[in-house]
Design a protein around this ligand. Structure first.
Ligand SMILES: [Zn+2]
Length: 138
């Protein structure tokens, strides 16, 4: 004889304590598909098969700024990443080199993944380094 009983009408509710993926709302990632092929007159990226790529631009391509160039023209970075602290001071050149190497690798395959600008503040040894990406989708 079991000791477990349920009341009529009882429905267990499952708990979902998992971590939710935060949604990123990026107005520069348009839901509208560009006509294909479309070439960006600023950087020559081509919208082909639903995404921006580094391809040779066909002669009859439509022209429209890619989201990264539009952000640059409007000076609207996707955000800012600020680095600071003793570790940055001690390893500034390595860290900056790593950031630019990652950008170079990502940008080679994904035209929208690039750094818009970098800036440094401090007493000449880089106390604070900030860069602003064109996209959060890295
Ligand atoms: Zn572009």
């Amino acid at each position: 004889m079991g000791t477990k009983s349920t009341h009529p009408g009882f429905h267990p509710i499952s708990r979902c304590d998992g971590i939710f993926q935060e949604q990123i709302h990026d107005t520069y990632q348009t839901k509208v598909k560009f006509p294909e092929p479309t070439v960006c007159p600023q950087c020559s990226a081509v919208f082909h098969k639903g995404r921006w790529q580094w391809l040779g631009a066909p002669a009859n391509a439509h022209q429209h700024n890619c989201p990264a160039c539009q952000r640059i023209l409007e000076n609207q970075p996707a955000g800012f990443v600020t680095l600071a602290g003793e570790f940055l001071v001690a390893h500034r050149d390595e860290i900056v080199s790593l950031i630019h190497n990652v950008e170079k690798k990502e940008k080679a395959e994904h035209p929208l993944k690039r750094i818009m600008a970098t800036e440094e503040e401090g007493n000449g040894i880089g106390n604070r380094y900030r860069y602003s990406p064109c996209s959060w989708y890295w």
